[in-house]
Design a protein. Structure first.
Length: 255
């Protein structure tokens, strides 16, 4: 955690000034789940942090690491994987955002890399906006990464895109010499495709239903330098969209 903008590293006066100046706070939610033998359990957390650090610099906003652990019950059959109940994560976010709002934050940006968190983040955002009154914007950084670089950043599990997220944060956490046992790419994409449908779909219970070995993709195709370039572009996209959203909603509200 190299950024000087982590809320827990700031003194109270500095945090107060920063929140009042920008009226924005970044809230990171991660996940602790298996990512094969080559990527850390906290891949989704550190990838989100890699984006958040870059966004924080551009927006001059503090970063709250709300939880390393997210909602990932379907990884529980792999030792070391952890999960929160959705109600637990939602309550944590509500309480944390109450404090951020009271300190001056009018906009809270959830920075997320784990799709298992997404339904809970939307429900939590609704509670926060209704009960506290601050605006919540959700940045799905894994989605952005794939959308901006579809030919390079495969939407697999523990493949190139997630390797890039970790490399951009700390390349020492990536152990490419341990790459082994990837599930067949076609099998993984077919499995993920079933659960990622948006019309009629089942709910994922166990990630073995997607990839029998727990991961698929090719993490060897991205370098640290390229990973940093890609995550910088993702951060730029987030900043642009946050500014556009805040401006549009402020104009609508007559502010």
């Amino acid at each position: 955690m190299k950024s000087p903008l982590y809320l827990h590293n700031l003194t109270q006066p500095d945090a107060a000034r920063l929140l009042l100046k920008g009226r924005t706070a970044l809230v990171v939610v991660g996940s602790v789940e298996q990512h094969g033998p080559h990527l850390p359990l906290g891949t989704d957390a550190v990838a989100a942090l890699a984006v958040a650090e870059r966004v924080a610099e551009r927006l001059e906003a503090p970063i709250l690491l709300a939880s390393l652990v997210g909602v990932a019950p379907y990884h529980s059959s792999w030792a070391g994987s952890l999960t929160l109940r959705p109600a637990t994560l939602s309550a944590l976010l509500l309480d944390a955002c109450r404090g951020l709002h009271s300190a001056g934050a009018e906009t809270v940006v959830f920075v997320n890399w784990h799709e298992g968190n997404s339904p809970t983040l939307r429900l939590a955002a609704d509670d926060i906006q209704r009960e506290i009154g601050c605006r919540v914007v959700i940045a799905e950084t894994h989605v952005i990464t794939n959308q901006l670089f579809p030919d390079e950043m495969e939407f697999t599990h523990a493949g190139a895109m997630e390797a890039a997220g970790v490399l951009a944060f700390d390349e020492d956490l990536v152990r490419l010499e341990r790459v082994a046992g990837a599930a067949d790419r076609a099998t993984g994409e077919r499995g993920h495709g079933l659960f990622r449908r948006r019309d009629v779909f089942p709910v994922l219970q166990d990630f073995h239903e997607v990839a029998p070995t727990g991961w698929y993709g090719d993490p060897t195709t991205v370098t640290t330098e390229r990973a940093r370039e890609i995550l910088a572009a993702v951060a730029d996209h987030v900043v642009t969209r946050v500014r556009e959203i805040v401006a549009t909603l402020s104009e609508r509200d007559g502010e």
